[in-house]
Write a protein that binds this ligand. Structure first.
Ligand code: GDP
Ligand code: IMO
Ligand code: MG
Length: 425
């Protein structure tokens, strides 16, 4: 049937949760394929708000299978509390977890903090959830996978090998804490027992389901990609479209639709460069109107204008063939709306996002200005029936400009957090 991929094109929090929930109506299976509980995906259904960190956003709809793919890093304690929380709201998730997904262990969270302290002024501003250290261990072949967690013998064997090494690293960081194999085993083998029946070979399961509707749910955004983002101010996984294949085992040529979620302006949580940031009244306005506070850490998000150099970079690398614009309502009522269409670096026009921090620091965005707009009562409802021709002229110009500059078609526009506040084009 068809496989659709939804990913973030900026620095995360583009509204992927809402978009995935919308598309999940037609899906049988929803798969998270990278990241961990650094993510925070919000879904609003009527008066109810759900915030997911590890559970795929499809779980709120009945009869869907939710998959945590091999590319995800799983904090079992957080996952269990999310499962319990959703059960207490009357939803029984049908969840399958990859036996190849790596486990976030207590030492990963401790080292996340230690590494940030070590970086001092150059800290990344991580979510502190142990994401980076867990992915580092995966690559260094020192990880514990979900399949190991649910097998007591393997878990103990891995811990006996890894914990002394981690205690040595704590010492090198000047930390006083030490972990004991027995205590960690005691706690984590309990998590393993709870999750055992959900842990499976999801690659085989997905390959056996290729005739179903599958939705792949990205976390973070392309500018947080460990290779293509603003390194070292990134997360530790592949957040671009390609991450979906590596993180789920679904081959790239089986993915039919690749949808980039583009927030109508830009936000960033944590440290690192942000060329179109508006550290002024405009930024405050966007933050207030868009409720831009982190879903995971509650931190205020930095806000700025839409940056099409960033978006084009993300769409191109990911092979996107569709865009969803979100939070367009937040721009309403501004006198002027700006969009960066290129950069100037050392007096030269640049159309590509540079790799070097030195070049990035010199970026001067080249903006295109738009007159502001307001959408009258009922205009969005009309647009749902008659198409976007019913919308104000400058808003249409804004959307047309995004399509023209990126060369990618806008499939949907979201004008509020709720499911129904969505216009398909
Ligand atoms: P994600 O991490 O990409 O899933 O995004 P988050 O859930 O962290 O942040 C997006 C926030 O914007 C959430 O609070 C959503 O409920 C909200 N949201 C999503 N789409 C829209 C929209 O079109 N308009 C407004 N005003 N809010 C939206
Ligand atoms: P969703 O899926 C926004 C940011 C952190 C930090 C950097 C590295 O909700 O869009 P990490 O803990 O991953 O090592 O932190 O990445 N970050 C996010 N920012 N949305 C997210 O997820 C994020 N996940 C990580 O703030 O700057
Ligand atoms: Mg989020």
């Amino acid at each position: 049937m068809s496989i659709k991929l939804v990913f973030g094109t900026q620095w995360g929090d583009e509204g992927k949760g809402k978009v995935v929930d919308y598309y999940a109506e037609k899906a049988d299976i929803v798969v998270r394929y990278q990241g961990g509980n650094n993510a925070g995906h919000t879904i609003k259904i009527g008066d109810e708000v759900f915030k997911f960190h590890l559970l795929p956003s499809g779980v709120v709809r009945k009869g869907k299978t939710a998959v945590i793919g091999n590319g995800v890093v799983v904090d079992p304690k957080v996952l269990i509390s999310e499962i319990e929380a959703i059960r207490s709201r009357g939803i029984e998730p049908h969840l399958v977890i990859s036996d190849r997904a790596h486990v976030i262990m207590p030492y990963h969270k401790m080292l996340d903090g230690a590494e940030e302290r070590f970086r001092g002024k150059k800290k990344v501003g991580t979510t502190g959830r142990g994401i980076g250290p867990c992915y580092s261990d995966k690559i260094a072949r020192l990880g514990i996978r979900m399949g190991d967690l649910v097998d007591e013998e393997t878990l103990r064997e891995r811990l006996e090998f890894i914990i002394p090494l981690k205690n040595g690293i704590f010492e090198a960081y000047g930390m006083e804490e030490r972990l004991s194999v027995d205590e960690v085993f005691e706690e984590y083998s309990q998590y393993g027992k709870y999750l055992k029946d959900m842990v499976r070979d999801t690659v085989a399961m997905l390959h056996g389901s290729m005739d179903r509707e599958i939705l792949l749910e990205g976390a973070q955004g392309a500018m947080l990609d460990v290779d293509f983002g603003t390194y070292p101010y990134t997360t530790s996984s592949h957040t671009i479209g390609g991450g979906a294949s590596a993180g789920s085992g679904i081959p790239p040529n089986a993915i039919d639709e690749i949808i980039g979620v583009v927030k109508a302006y830009t936000t960033r949580v944590g440290m690192g460069p942000f060329p179109t940031e508006q550290d002024n009244k405009i930024g405050e306005h966007l933050g207030r109107k868009g409720h831009e506070f982190g879903t995971t850490t509650g931190r205020s998000r930095r806000c700025g204008w839409l940056d099409l150099v960033v978006v084009k970079h993300a769409l191109r690398i990911s092979g996107a063939n569709g865009i969803v614009i979100t939070k367009i309502d937040v721009l309403e009522g501004l006198e002027k709306v700006k969009v960066a269409r290129a950069y100037e670096i050392d007096g030269k026009r640049v159309d590509r996002f540079p790799a070097s921090m030195k070049d990035i620091a010199k970026i001067k965005p080249i903006y295109r200005d738009f007159e502001g707009w307001t959408v009258e009562n009922g205009e969005w409802e009309r647009a749902k029936k008659e198409g976007i021709s019913a919308l104000p002229k400058t808003l249409k110009e804004y959307l047309a400009f995004i399509e023209k500059e990126t060369g990618v078609k806008i499939r949907m526009v979201s004008y509020g957090p709720a499911r129904e506040e969505t216009v398909e084009i």
